[in-house]
Design a binder for this molecule. Structure first.
Ligand code: ATP
Length: 216
């Protein structure tokens, strides 16, 4: 679908476990907001069944940490759609719902290069590209020549300017600097009772310490 008006609002949706949200997510979000000229970025934590959740960390707490982390980011918002459901939802279904709610808005779903490398395993991945664009942030350790990335970029790759021209269907590979944080490494550091974890926003670290989260 061709955008009839370049003035259509452009909203980024950043899905993830956010277990916990870290400076890598925030740096990606800020970079995308600035370089892709988004009107808004919505962070959408996914549902995790209670029996699989991290030690002592539930969906409400992951969402609270997202809210704390973005408190001073005027263009970022929590999107609670998946948290309020009883079951895990597929990204394609969530994006279809968001598109229904915002039919006159161009949506862009944000992922890291690690996610693009196996994107063809995502449920209804072609449907995702019928609903939105994909914006891919570089991530240390993952290359655009690995896994599904080369074929996807050859078929759907486009320049950032496509966001103002088309409503969906393109993959934009960003040239962002590398942001090293990873939630897995942070959870390991917290389980080892490390106190100063610079990869977390201070207000998120405070919340984790107050509620004694991630202590295996
Ligand atoms: P985990 O280590 O538990 O897999 P994570 O750090 O990858 O967690 P997620 O919440 O799973 O965090 O990530 C959500 C999205 O953010 C994914 O698409 C992931 O690729 C991307 N992402 C996370 N950290 C970075 C980073 N440092 N640089 C670029 N993209 C990132």
């Amino acid at each position: 679908m061709i955008n009839s008006a370049a003035a259509r609002p452009l909203i980024g949706i950043f899905g993830g476990t956010f277990d916990p949200i870290h400076q890598g997510h925030l740096a990606c979000g800020r970079y995308v907001l600035e370089h892709c000229r988004l009107d808004q970025l919505q962070l959408m934590p996914c549902h995790i069944p209670p029996h699989r959740a991290s030690p002592g960390v539930n969906a409400r707490q992951r969402a609270k940490m997202v809210e704390l982390a973005i408190a001073d980011e005027p263009k970022m918002q929590l999107q609670p759609l998946e948290l309020n459901r009883d079951n895990p939802s597929f990204t394609a279904d969530s994006l279809a719902l968001l598109k229904q709610r915002m039919p006159a808005t161009t949506l862009a779903f944000i992922i890291g290069m690690d996610s693009l490398c196996y994107f063809k395993q995502w449920h209804h991945w072609r449907q995702i590209l019928n609903l939105c664009h994909l914006i891919v942030c570089q991530r240390p350790g993952y290359h655009h020549q690995a896994g599904d990335a080369p074929a996807l970029l050859a078929e759907f790759g486009a320049a950032i300017s496509v966001l103002q021209q088309r409503d969906c269907g393109s993959i934009i590979e960003l040239n962002n600097p590398e942001f090293t944080p990873s939630a897995t490494a942070i959870r390991a550091a917290l389980a080892e009772k490390k106190k100063n974890i610079s990869d977390l926003a201070p207000q998120v670290l405070n919340y984790i310490q107050q509620h004694r989260l991630y202590q295996s």
